[in-house]
Design a protein around this ligand. Structure first.
Ligand code: KIV
Ligand code: ZN
Length: 500
């Protein structure tokens, strides 16, 4: 069995997607979840792109022990120095440098001749290698590069010390057979190809990212770069959960495996969707609500006789809990802690105390609490990394179709209370206006607002999501309650806290 390394770039390429930026504390939560998932490498960011990115790469590198942590860098000394400073204290650091090799990128973007590109690759790979032994080189836009030139670029990078060579399909242009041929070509024709691990990084513009990545694996690539839920620039990157489950389910074909603990896929996917205020499309492979649902009678009948008639993998294998248990206000802490563990969430005592308090509050309002609601509640339980500043203390709204809505909102901040009243076009608007009077801030724009129920029924939990635009960055806030106005105010405060 070959071991295929999983290089996760959710925190870099994923985070580059519009509306997907994460707060530094959220990045650490995600990084720790990726470590538990068992990714071999995680790209924590692009240290030179901003002070915030530098800080988060550094914090992730220092927090993560079991995965290699990489920072991206252009083939520029200043970028490489910053990447090095950000990752150097990590348990297993890597610097990932990149330079484009396609004619269109070299001519119009880099304004460099092919010879200058080769010289830059040699110098900057050597320079990176002088700082760190673990160096990855990416030939950006490799799939639109001239093969002979790409081979020279790859040779040069390996000769100068690169240990991993990444072949990105930067614009998602390739097809699986082309990707297969390209990796075979490079592995066969680059004289020193046996001195490096070959990697692929496929974008999904034509919906072929996973297929292209798997074709590359068949051709000999030993590392796949991907993101949880397929997030990433434009149409995204290859989805980690799809690549991992394809290799696992079709072990017979790939004769390969990964180190990812597939039973943690579902919770990691949920965490990331929740952090970004997104939801899986219902038919999303592996993690969508319908991924394991059988509606048609013939299918249901078949599955009841033998699951494998219509299921090629089990929901449990990706961490979707099998039996549904229901909890209520008489449920004990231990039973809930055990259930959370089954659902993939191990809480320490301190976290469990906070969670249990929230659970009890919810159980006072709802007769029964399902797995989905436990998972939702956990996403809204403050962890030591996500201690908020402003909190909702109480609110009252007065609204109707023949009147102007009014809201009185009281927030707490550092043990002090602040209360304001405001009018609005409806109860949510009035409540948000009252919050704005308390937490003043210029140029904060409510870009999007939505509310969805977590489960069915009149007493379902509502999960509100807001997107707030501030200083050209989108901050996502979420809030959970059986009362949709309360969920909305909590989401708004959660989003604003992140801007502060
Ligand atoms: O898509 C791409 O080419 C990249 C590189 C920087 C690896 O993200
Ligand atoms: Zn990319």
């Amino acid at each position: 069995m070959r071991n295929i390394r999983i290089f996760d770039t959710t925190l870099r390429d994923g985070e580059q997607a519009p509306g997907c930026s994460m707060h530094i504390k959220e990045k650490i939560e995600v990084a720790l979840a990726l470590e538990k998932l068992g990714v071999d490498v995680m790209e924590a960011g692009f240290a030179a792109s901003s002070k915030g990115d530098f800080d988060s790469v550094k914090m992730v590198a220092e927090a993560v022990k079991d995965s290699t942590v990489a920072s991206l860098a252009r083939c520029v000394k200043k970028d490489i120095d910053l990447a090095y400073d950000a990752v150097k204290n990590g348990a297993s650091p890597r610097i990932h440098i990149f330079l484009a090799t396609s004619p269109i990128h070299m001519q119009y973007k880099l304004k460099m001749t092919p010879d200058q590109v080769l010289q830059n690759i040699r110098e900057m790979t050597k320079y990176t290698k002088s700082l760190l032994s673990n160096v990855e080189f990416s030939a950006e836009d490799a799939t639109r590069s001239e093969r002979e030139f790409l081979a020279k670029a790859v040779y040069t990078a390996i000769d100068a010390g690169a240990t991993v060579i990444n072949i990105p399909d930067t614009v998602g242009y390739s097809t699986p057979s082309e990707m297969y041929d390209l990796i075979k070509y490079l592995k066969t024709n680059v004289e020193n190809s046996d001195k490096a691990i070959f990697s692929v990084h496929c974008h999904n513009d034509l919906g072929l990212a996973v297929a292209n990545s798997l074709a590359a694996v068949e051709a000999g690539a030993d590392q796949v770069e991907c993101t949880v839920n397929g997030l990433g620039e434009r149409a995204g990157n290859a989805a980690l959960e799809e690549v991992v489950m394809a290799i696992k389910t079709r072990k017979d074909k790939f004769l390969a495996e990964t180190k990812v603990d597939s039973t943690k896929i579902y919770m990691t996917s949920n965490l990331i969707y929740k952090t970004l205020g997104l939801r899986a499309p219902i038919n999303k492979a592996i993690v969508g609500d319908n991924a394991f649902a059988h509606e048609a009678g013939i299918h249901q009948h078949g599955v009841l006789q033998n699951r494998e008639t219509y299921e090629i993998m089990s929901p449990q294998s990706v961490g979707i809990p099998s039996n549904h248990m229901v909890f209520g206000k008489h449920s004990g802490k231990h039973a809930i802690k055990d259930r959370l563990q089954v659902l993939g969430h191990t809480l320490n005592d301190e976290e469990m105390n906070v969670f249990f308090e929230n659970f009890k509050n919810l159980a006072d309002k709802k007769r029964s609490i399902s797995d989905a609601e436990l998972i939702a509640l956990i996403g809204h339980t403050e962890s030591p990394y996500l201690a908020q500043e402003y909190k909702l203390d109480r609110f009252t709204v007065n609204s109707g179709n023949q009147m102007t809505s009014t809201a009185v909102v009281r927030l707490s901040y550092n043990n002090q209370l602040f209360e304001r009243v405001a009018l609005g076009h409806g109860p949510v608007d009035a409540a948000f206006n009252a919050v704005n009077k308390i937490i003043k801030g210029p140029d904060r724009i409510l870009d999007d607002y939505s509310i969805q129920s977590v489960t069915d029924g009149n007493d379902a939990l509502g999960e509100a999501t807001v997107r707030i635009k501030y200083n050209d960055t989108i901050y996502t806030g979420t809030g959970l309650s059986t009362d949709i106005i309360e969920a909305s105010i909590k989401a708004y405060i959660n989003g604003i806290n992140k801007t502060l």
